[in-house]
Design a protein. Structure first.
Length: 513
C-alpha cells in the first residue's frame, strides 16, 4: 500500500482508513459502463460547469421540435442583413428591404456601431427581455417580424448553422419546421376562396398547389445544396467535411394557422401533398401563437380540416402544437380541450408543448389515453419558461413521466431563446430533477418517435429490447452480423437508432472520476 509506513495510528484503525481510501476507486471500476456513467453524473449534478460539460458530450439523439428561422441566433441575422443591404428602422429595430427611408439606417452600420449591434440582439432575441417591458410571450413572438427581412433567402445558411451547432452538441437528427413553398399556398387559397364542401375546395386548389409544391421541392434542393457548400459536404476527397455533414435533416411543413380559413386549408392540403411526394418532408404542424384570435376561434375548424385530409392521405405524419397555454393568456374554457382534440380529431402522433395538461377536462383520463396510444410530447423547457412563465414544479413533465407518456426534449426556437439542446438537458436536471437514466431514455424516445421510414431497432420500445436480427450485435463491434446489417440497410429509422447506440456506447466507455 502506498504510504503505509507513514501510518502512526493503531494498526487496525490505520488499515481501516487505508482500505476505505480505496473504496471510491474500487466503486468506480465496478458495474457496467452505464452504471459508472450514472454514478459520475450523480457526483457532478449540482456543479453546473461540470454538468454542462458532461451533457454537451452526451449523445442526445434527436431534436423533433424546432422552428428553422427561430433557431438562428441574432448575430447571424445581423451579419446577413449587413451583407444584403437590408435597412433597419431605428425606432422599432425592424429589418426591411432596401432602399432605406427616413428614420432608417443601413444594417451594415451595426457592424461598426456597438450600441446598434447590442440593441438588435436584444430586440431579435430573448436576451433583451424583460428590459423591453413586454411580457415574455409578446417579446418572443414579436422578434420574428423584426428579423424577417434579414433572413430572407438565407435558408441554406440557416441549415448550415444548425448542422454545425447540433454536431457540436452531439445531436444527430433534426426535424425542422418551415414553409418549403415560401408561403405560396396562401396565395392559392386566397384565389380559390372558401367552400363549406372540403372536397370541392380541395379539387379547386389542387392544380395550383401542385405547381407551388414542385417549386417547393426545388427550394429544398437549393437550401440543401447551399448547406452542403458551406459545410463542404460534397467534397469528393472528403478532406474538408465538417462534422455538421453527419447531422440528418428532415422537414416539417409549417402551416400558418392565424390566416383566413381558406388559406389555412390550402396550406394543410399543400403539406399533405408535399409530404406524399417528397420523403424529406416527413410531417406537418400548425404554427403561430395558440392563444391568438384566429387559432382560438378556428381551432375546431382546423381539426376538422386535418381529420378530413388524413382520410385521403393516411400515410402522412402529423405533429401539432397544443396546450402551449397558461392561465391568463386565454379564458379558462379555452384551456379545456386543445390537447385531447388534437389527438382525437387532429390525429396527432406527437404533441408540441402540452403545458396546460392539468387544465384540460379529465386530465388523468387524457394521460392514460396518451400513454395507451403512445403519443409523444415534445418538451420545450426554455421556451415554456420564457413564453408562458411555466417552469420547475409548475411544468407537467413529471406527470407525463409518471403516467408513462413518452417524452423527449427539444429546443423550439433556440436562437430566439438563446439556448441549445445541451442547455435543455441541463434545465431538465437542475429544474426537473431528472437523472442520467431518464435523460438517456428520453434521447432514445426521441429517435423512436422520429418520422423516419422503416422499422424500429427496438422490438420493445419501452424496455429498448433490440429486434431479433440485431439481438447478438454490440454497438461497438467493428463488424455486424449479416442479418443485422441487412435489417439496418432496410430502415432509415433503425440506422439512426444504431448510430445513436454506438455513440452512446462510446460515451459511456470513457472513464470518469
Amino acid at each position: 500500500m502506498k504510504h503505509a509506513g507513514l501510518c502512526l495510528l493503531p494498526v487496525i484503525l490505520c488499515l481501516s482508513l487505508l482500505a476505505s481510501a480505496q473504496v471510491p476507486k474500487a466503486q468506480a471500476a465496478s458495474g457496467t459502463a452505464e452504471q459508472r456513467t450514472a454514478r459520475y453524473f450523480e457526483s457532478i449534478r449540482t456543479q453546473p460547469a461540470l454538468l454542462y460539460a458532461f451533457l454537451r458530450e452526451m449523445p442526445k439523439g434527436a431534436d423533433l421540435h424546432n422552428h428553422l428561422t427561430g433557431s438562428v441566433y441574432a448575430e447571424s441575422y445581423i451579419q446577413w442583413a449587413a451583407d444584403s443591404d437590408v435597412c433597419i428602422t431605428r425606432a422599432t429595430l425592424t429589418s426591411t428591404a432596401a432602399p432605406c427611408k427616413d428614420g432608417q439606417v443601413e444594417a451594415r452600420q451595426a457592424l461598426t456601431d456597438a450600441l446598434l449591434y447590442r440593441e438588435l440582439i436584444d430586440a431579435w432575441s430573448m436576451r433583451g427581455w424583460p428590459a423591453s417591458q413586454k411580457s415574455g410571450h409578446d417579446h418572443f413572438f414579436d422578434t420574428f417580424g423584426l428579423f424577417n427581412a434579414a433572413g430572407n433567402g438565407r435558408f441554406g445558411d440557416m441549415l448550415a448553422e444548425l448542422a454545425r451547432r447540433n454536431a457540436e452538441g452531439n445531436v444527430q437528427y433534426l426535424e425542422l419546421m418551415f414553409s418549403p413553398d415560401f408561403g405560396a399556398a396562401i396565395g392559392v387559397g386566397r384565389q380559390a376562396g372558401w367552400d363549406d364542401d372540403f372536397g370541392r375546395m380541395r379539387e379547386k386548389m389542387l392544380p395550383g398547389l401542385r405547381e407551388t409544391n414542385a417549386q417547393a421541392r426545388k427550394n429544398i434542393d437549393a437550401m440543401e445544396a447551399r448547406r452542403d457548400e458551406l459545410l463542404n459536404c460534397r467534397d469528393a476527397n472528403k478532406m474538408r467535411l465538417e462534422p455538421g455533414c453527419g447531422v440528418t435533416m428532415r422537414y416539417v411543413f409549417q402551416v400558418l394557422r392565424g390566416f383566413p380559413r381558406e388559406q389555412v386549408f390550402a396550406q394543410i392540403l399543400a403539406a399533405f401533398e408535399l409530404a406524399t411526394a417528397d420523403p424529406r418532408v416527413v410531417a406537418f404542424n400548425l404554427v403561430m401563437p395558440e392563444d391568438a384570435l384566429v387559432p382560438m376561434r378556428d381551432f375546431r375548424l382546423h381539426m376538422r380540416m386535418i381529420s378530413y385530409l388524413k382520410e385521403i392521405y393516411p400515410n402522412v405524419h402529423i405533429t401539432l402544437h397544443a396546450g402551449e397555454l397558461a392561465p391568463g393568456l386565454v379564458p379558462p374554457d379555452g384551456m379545456r380541450f386543445h390537447i385531447r382534440e388534437s389527438i382525437q380529431d387532429g390525429k396527432a402522433e406527437r404533441i408540441g408543448h402540452g403545458v396546460d395538461l392539468m387544465y384540460e377536462d379529465e386530465p388523468f383520463a387524457l394521460l392514460e389515453e396518451m400513454a395507451k396510444k403512445n403519443i409523444m410530447v415534445e418538451i420545450n423547457l426554455t421556451s415554456n419558461d420564457a413564453i408562458l412563465g411555466v417552469k420547475g414544479k409548475q411544468h407537467p413533465l413529471a406527470l407525463y413521466l409518471k403516467h408513462g407518456v413518452p417524452v423527449a426534449l427539444s429546443t423550439d426556437d433556440e436562437g430566439v431563446a438563446r439556448s441549445e439542446m445541451t442547455r435543455e438537458y441541463q434545465k431538465a436536471v437542475e429544474e426537473q430533477g431528472l437523472d442520467y437514466l431518464t435523460l438517456k431514455k428520453m434521447a432514445r424516445t426521441g429517435l423512436q418517435h422520429a418520422f423516419l421510414p422503416g422499422a424500429s431497432l427496438w422490438s420493445d420500445a419501452k424496455k429498448f429490447t433490440p429486434v431479433k436480427e440485431c439481438a447478438s450485435d454490440k454497438p461497438l463491434a467493428r463488424l455486424l452480423t449479416a442479418t443485422c446489417q441487412k435489417f439496418l440497410d432496410g430502415s432509415d429509422k433503425a440506422r439512426e437508432q444504431w448510430n445513436f447506440e454506438r455513440s452512446l456506447a462510446e460515451f459511456e466507455s470513457v472513464g470518469r472520476q
